[in-house]
Design a protein around this ligand. Structure first.
Ligand code: NAP
Length: 532
């Protein structure tokens, strides 16, 4: 059995960077991944229309000037094929592949109390021993199918968006059903609508979308983005969610209504998450302001969708703008103007079952050749809970988190020494521009390992009391914010089975606050953690 200093689970954005940093720290590292190549999210989610909702140049890695200079993003919001190529380029450039084991889904991660080492077993029969384990498993990795009777009976082609086949699916002229209208579904629907023979969109809850305004990056902008790269990263580190969009420090309630409406239009025209993350500060706390932005968007939907009944169904009534992560759209609403695109409101007629010929709602059968499940993930805790993780005293992580996750700083869990999680529960990643948060979290974890070595400690783990405090702080971080009232989102583990449901899974004081807490914790010798 081969022994390593560190086993990293996952070869996505976080895992690749972790490998690079761990090597620099002189730690013998092995990365394992279930996929046949690098990319994580960007490996699995190759559905039509998959692309960034962060500006490409703000999402890229910041650690290598050479990498920034040599990579040209073709669009402001690059598509999945380009993102995957980028991650392969990074892998090759930094010679990462030789330390990655592919097609190796981790099945168990078990702490051996005698040796105080972790044993990691994989689906392809490997057992790796390591002093430290870093779960770089992402927070939207464990895809979920809905619990609908007959789901296995469908005679046509079906897939979850997060398992889109590499060879693709020929949708031209086909009768296609999409279940879901979250960020993934919006990207799929707007992309495939012009190609398919008939499209049935099965919507349970509409979402407030922001206009993406994707466009090519011209040569002059390309140069400017490279020149300003450090400033862009620095700005991201100072914004609430790690994006280039900075919240307006004014409260909308102090501004004239006409000026507010003009401001919404300016942000809407800017695109991306500007309307969400560069809006007035009180859009997250003031119901009237959030309602006004919602009304602004509802008017746009009514303008863009020709059939008034369909338009009304596409307007959310159960939550205000900004209280769920908004999908980025390009011609999403116009898709419903095609005569062959139909919106099925599942609140009126829920899906009763899936039959070999299609999807039944009420007493109507929607005959289909293809069903696309854009039904989301067991969010935030999902991949951690799928693995059989066993800590000290034989306690499994599933048992420990029976009533929802507990963590210190979203990185370590009491009873699981030397086990670290990069983007697990209770950190700001779910709101975040992932690469900005992943780099920050990986650097902090690698610094912990350096500290352990330099101080002759053999292990580090969260202290139970500190874990209680941090977990409560995460719950409190959402208090007073409007989205704390909207519990049917994945921020609250809405689609998760068991104890996550209704528990707030994210730290919401913002990325700068989190960075500050990380820095202060390290500078003062890691209070809240136990060393041996
Ligand atoms: P999601 O937001 O959880 O959406 C899942 C969708 O499936 C919802 O519309 C949900 O309806 C529906 N659904 C689930 N179970 C269902 C059932 N039994 N019957 C009918 N409908 C059902 O998942 P997602 O769209 O994959 O997005 C998750 C997150 O991934 C996003 O918020 C975003 O952070 C990230 N993402 C990012 C990008 C990007 O641009 N980079 C793209 C895609 C996703 P309800 O709302 O009624 O539950």
């Amino acid at each position: 059995m081969e022994q390593f200093d560190v086993v990293v689970i996952g070869a996505g954005i976080s895992g690749l960077y972790a490998l690079h940093k761990l090597r620099q720290a002189g730690l013998k590292t092995r990365v394992v991944d279930a996929a046949s190549d690098v990319g994580g999210t960007w490996y699995w989610n190759r559905y039509p229309g998959a692309r960034f909702d962060s500006e490409s140049y703000s999402y890229q890695y910041s650690f290598s000037r050479e990498l920034i200079d040599e990579w040209n993003w073709s669009e402001h919001f690059a598509g999945q094929p380009e993102i995957e190529r980028y991650l392969q380029h990074v892998t090759d450039k930094f010679d990462l592949r030789r330390d990655i084991e592919f097609n190796a889904r981790v099945e168990s991660v078990i702490f051996d109390e005698r040796s105080r080492l972790w044993n990691v077993t994989t689906s392809n029969g490997l057992t790796l021993r390591a002093t430290y384990v870093i779960a770089a498993t992402g927070f939207l990795s464990a895809h979920q199918y809905p619990d609908i009777p007959g789901i296995g009976d469908f005679a046509g082609v079906s897939t979850h968006t997060a398992r889109w086949p590499r060879e693709g699916i020929d949708l031209r002229g086909k009768r296609v059903g999409v279940i879901g209208t979250g960020a993934t579904a919006v990207q799929v629907i707007q992309t495939i609508a012009p190609q398919v023979g008939h499209l049935s969109v099965f919507q349970r809850s509409p979402n407030w979308c922001t206009a993406l305004r994707n466009r090519p990056i011209d040569a002059e902008t390309q140069q400017a983005l490279k020149r300003d790269a450090e400033a862009i990263f620095a700005r991201c580190n100072e914004t609430y969610a790690g994006f280039i969009h900075k919240l307006d420090e004014r409260n909308g309630s102090t501004i004239d209504k006409a000026d507010r409406l003009q401001h919404y239009q300016t942000l809407h025209d800017r695109g991306g998450f500007a309307l969400w993350l560069a809006n007035y500060m009180d859009v997250f706390t003031n119901r009237e302001i959030a309602q006004e932005v919602s009304d602004f968007l509802a008017a746009k939907i009514r303008e863009r969708v020709r059939d008034p009944e369909t338009a009304e169904k596409l307007i959310p009534r159960d939550h205000l703008f900004g209280t769920k992560r908004p999908p980025g759209e390009t011609n999403y609403y116009e898709a419903f103007n095609h005569p062959h695109v139909e919106l099925i409101d599942l609140r009126e007629t829920p899906i009763s079952r899936i039959l070999p010929a299609g999807i039944e709602t009420g007493d109507r059968l929607h005959e289909l050749d293809v069903i696309i499940y854009a039904t989301g993930f067991r969010a935030v805790t999902g991949e951690l809970m799928r693995m059989h993780i066993v800590g000290e005293g034989g306690l499994t992580l599933a048992e420990k988190w029976h009533d929802g996750p507990k963590t210190n700083l979203g990185v370590q869990f009491a009873g699981f020494p030397n086990f670290f999680s990069v983007l697990g529960p209770h950190n700001p990643a779910a709101f975040c521009n992932i690469t900005r948060c992943a780099e920050n979290n990986v650097e902090w974890i690698v610094d912990c390992l350096r500290y352990l070595r330099e101080h002759g400690h053999t292990s580090m783990e969260a202290c139970p009391a500190a874990e209680e405090v941090w977990t409560q702080r995460c719950y409190d971080s959402a208090k007073g914010l409007l989205f704390s009232e909207v519990t049917d989102s994945w921020f609250f583990g809405y689609h998760n089975p068991g104890g996550d449901q209704g528990r707030y899974l994210i730290f919401t004081e913002g990325v700068p606050a989190y960075r500050r807490i990380f820095a202060e914790t390290a500078a003062s010798g890691y209070p809240g953690f136990v060393f041996r």
